[in-house]
Design a protein around this ligand. Structure first.
Ligand SMILES: CC(=O)N[C@H]1[C@@H](OP(=O)(O)O)O[C@H](CO)[C@@H](O)[C@@H]1O
Ligand SMILES: [Mg+2]
Length: 535
């Protein structure tokens, strides 16, 4: 075992005594200056995970949509999924072990998981554009090399690109070439093949405006742009040349505040979209002729994609089961539309991509999106095989064509994780194939007015939830209060839950009209304030 070397270099990444952090929904996330020791130790953990799974493991340094001063780290499992939940506890223990406890913390994992330290290992590392990310990724590499493991530093990549690379590396290239260039090649080929089948490819020449959140997504769009011409023309704003990462821009800002980001030039009726800071989320929007802002969030995206896939499935005559997975934050109108009009089964999972991903794996075709724009489509092996076969053996020209489109969608979508670039291309292709303007897409259903707020409380852990976080079971009386308020408004819904990534409680409310809703949205907060006084 190489523990002496590990402990020796740990001195260079010493843990501030007493600091505790938790591996949450999106890995570790806090102010960048507190993360050096966490990075080093996640390098160590990634090596152990790699030995255990006999696969390449990914480490991504990013804090996504959070402020530039923050940073974070998450591990990527062999098929490009999030780190398996059982290992999150190891990550937390390892990050919180004081220097003198590090050896025991490591030995415990090695023993518990019966890891053979002689086994090979390999870790791939990526980082976003935050000023702190480069040094923090070097700390990860220090951890990896302390265990004498192989590694490859992919440098500046979007989170989904790193997930893609991990999956490619562990499937002998069957998922694609394990490089950023391979990613561009795979996606642009699928996109171009798909859009070429569009009867409308010449019709809508309007370009798409992208808010790159001054982050990695902007950089990657610049690199990819040439692969997409002439079929898609892009106008990039907030490209990082002057603005600050995620400041008054990006998908989270647009979704939460329901307004356009700063720094983008919007013309009435033109499609615009925003990425988040690590390019794994996307939301669309436009302004109408009266200059009113309209948001098309993850729910509208899930509806567009699942409707498109369902129509193709009818044409190929395949009986594959399809389900849509949402969270409690999904707008009630989207759920109703999918269930009642589209007749697609809808499931509600707990907040956090891993929960949605997991549920979506139960279907032949599982579409999952968080309302904030993180999502993708998963195709089971069976579904993929049947679709690929029908490209040649379909009984009619129409069914072969539909199978070809489905096959292109499979190649275009990043099945490992939500991906702003890949989702954007899927959406652009569907709009083009259907000859749908952004206004027409928006008209599919009308969102119930809604509001999301966060409240700081002394200890958010006093709130416990059930039923995919839609109801609280603790503290006593809270749910009854919420029910009492909700009952007074038509088509209303509200819930509170402790955030998994920030030290706040989130409050969500929706109701049928803006007026009623405005009155209504503040009431759960009052309830929450009472709770704060009580704790
Ligand atoms: C309401 C909301 O948008 N919550 C976000 C946020 O989780 P919280 O547990 O709500 O803090 O960050 C997660 C990680 O990025 C993301 O998956 C999730 O959707
Ligand atoms: Mg993100």
């Amino acid at each position: 075992m190489h523990l002496e070397a590990v402990l020796k270099s740990s001195v260079r990444h010493a843990k501030p005594a007493g600091l505790t952090l938790q591996y949450g929904t999106a890995g570790f996330r806090t102010k960048a200056e507190h993360l050096d020791h966490v990075m080093y130790r996640m390098g160590l953990l990634a090596v152990l995970r790699s030995k255990k799974t006999k696969s390449v493991i990914g480490v991504m340094v990013t804090a996504s949509h959070n402020p530039e001063e923050d940073n974070g780290v998450k591990l990527v499992d062999p098929m490009g999924e999030m780190l398996v939940q059982e290992w999150e506890v190891y990550a937390t223990n390892l990050a919180n072990a004081e220097e003198h406890e590090l050896q025991t913390a490591l030995t415990n994992i090695i023993k518990e998981e019966t890891i053979n330290m002689q086994d090979e290992s390999c870790v791939v590392i990526g980082r976003d554009t935050r000023p702190s990310s480069e040094n923090l990724s070097l700390a990860v590499i220090d951890g990896v090399t302390a265990f004498e493991s192989r590694y490859q530093d992919y440098g500046l990549v979007s989170t989904p690109q790193l997930h893609y690379i991990v999956c490619c590396r562990n499937t002998d290239g069957r998922y694609g070439e394990p490089t950023v260039e391979g990613y561009y090649q795979k996606l642009s080929k699928a996109f171009n093949d798909l859009v070429k089948q569009s009867p409308n490819s010449e019709a809508d020449k309007k370009s798409l405006s992208i808010d790159g959140a001054n982050g990695i997504g902007a950089l990657k769009i610049r690199e990819m742009e040439q692969h997409l011409q002439p079929l898609l023309s892009l106008l990039l704003f907030n490209d990082g040349s002057k603005g600050k990462l995620n400041h008054a821009c990006g998908a989270d800002y647009v979704k939460v505040l329901q307004k356009a980001p700063e720094g983008i030039d919007m013309k009435p009726g033109e499609r615009c979209c925003s990425f988040d800071g690590d390019a794994d989320r996307i939301v669309y929007y436009y302004k109408d002729n009266e200059h009113r802002f309209h948001l098309l969030d993850g729910d509208k995206i899930a509806t567009l994609i699942s409707t498109f896939i369902k129509e193709l499935l009818v044409k190929v005559d395949l009986t594959l089961n399809m389900g849509v997975v949402q969270t409690a934050y999904a707008n009630g109108s989207s759920t109703r539309y999918l269930e009642e009009i589209m007749k697609v089964p809808v499931y509600c999972a707990k907040t956090g991509v891993k929960h949605l991903h997991h549920k979506a794996q139960e279907f032949d075709i599982g579409v999952y999106f968080e309302a904030n724009g993180h999502g993708t489509v998963l195709f089971s092996k069976r579904a993929e095989e049947q679709i690929r076969q029908l490209v040649d053996t379909g009984t009619s020209e129409e069914s072969r064509k539909a199978a070809q489109m489905l096959k292109n969608v499979i190649d275009l979508i990043n099945q490992t994780v939500g991906d702003a670039i890949s989702d954007m291309l899927v959406i652009e292709a569907i709009l083009s194939l259907k000859g749908l303007s952004v206004e027409k897409w928006d008209e599919i259903y009308t969102d119930l007015p809604n509001r999301q707020l966060k409240v700081k409380v002394a200890d958010r852990r006093v709130i416990e939830t059930t039923n995919a976080e839609r109801r609280t079971i603790k503290p006593p009386g809270l749910q009854e209060n919420i029910d009492e308020i909700v009952k007074k408004y038509h088509m209303s819904r509200a819930f509170v839950r402790p955030s998994g990534t920030e030290d706040v409680v989130r409050v969500y409310a929706e109701a049928d009209t803006q007026v009623r809703h405005a009155k209504f949205a503040n009431q759960p907060i009052k309830t929450e304030e009472r709770l704060r006084i009580g704790v």
